[in-house]
Design a protein around this ligand. Sequence first.
Ligand SMILES: [Zn+2]
Length: 298
Amino acid sequence: MKVLFFAMAVMLSTHLCAQIHNYYQPIEIDIVEHRDSVTIDSSFSIIPNITGECWESTVYNPYKYEEKPKFPLKLNFEDSTYASPIGRKKVVTSRYGWRYGRAHKGIDIDLITGDSIFSMFAGVVRMSRYTSGHGRTVVVRHYNGLETVYAHLSRYGVKENDTVAKGAYLGKGGVSGNARGSHLHLVVNYKGISINPEYLFNFDESNSLRAQELWVTEKWTQPFLHSSRRQSKIKPLLTEDEALASMIKTRSIYIVQPGDTLSRISKRNNVTISSICKINTIRRNSILKIGQQLVIEK
Ligand SMILES: [Zn+2]
C-alpha cells in the first residue's frame, strides 16, 4: 500500500528555513500492513541537512578521515520511543562487546528469514548494498546525526537516498554475509563510531529510550570494555557534569592471584592489557608473581 506523505517541517527559526524547505519534499512511503501506524518526525532540527556531510553510499564508514567527535557526546532524540526494528518479540542473542577475541560492534536480534525490518527512526537511507561481513545492509542516517545499520538482510526494501519515516519498511531479515544463523545485526553509529545500542535503548517490549537527551562517554563506544554475553551495568548520563564526572579516572590496587594472567586481570577489571602495562611499567610478557600489586586505572 503506497501512501503519499507530505512531510511538513515545523519552522523553528528562519535561518534554517531554506535548508529544511529544500529537504522536505513529498515522498512515497511503503506502509507495511500489519503495522498499526507509521508516524513521521516532523520537527527534528538538530542537523537540518543530514545528507550534507560525508554522504557516501559506497563506503560503510564515510567519516574515516574526519576528526573524531569529542567526548562526552550529547545525543538528542525527538521521541521517548523508537520503532522496533522487527515485528516480533526481540530476543537478543549476542550483545555489543568483546566476542571470541574480536569486537562485536552491534547487537544481534533473533529473527526468521523473511521477517520485515523497520527503521527505528525517521531518516534518509545512506547505503543499501552488499558489504563483506555484513551482507545485504541498509544504513539509515537520522536527524540527530546517528546512523542505524541493519545487516544480514535477505532482501532490500529501500534504495539509497530514500527518505524513510520512523517504522518504515527497510527490507527482509536473513543470513547474508558472515552470519551463522538468521538474525538482525543492528549497529548504532555516530560519525563512524559504534555506540553500545543498549546504552541508548531498552530492547524490551517498551521500545523506550533510556533518555531523550543523554551523554555518551568513550566507555560506551569501546567493545572491549563490554562482553557480548551479558549486559553491562547501565546508568544513563543525563547531564554534561554527570558525564564528565564519570570520565574521571580512579586508581585501585589489584593483588595478583594464583593462575592470573594479564589477559585475565584485564578482563576482570574491565581495563586493557596495555593500560595495565603502561601504568605499572611492565611488559606484556613480564612474569607476574602471586601477591604482586598492580595499579588499575579506570
Ligand atoms: Zn552481530
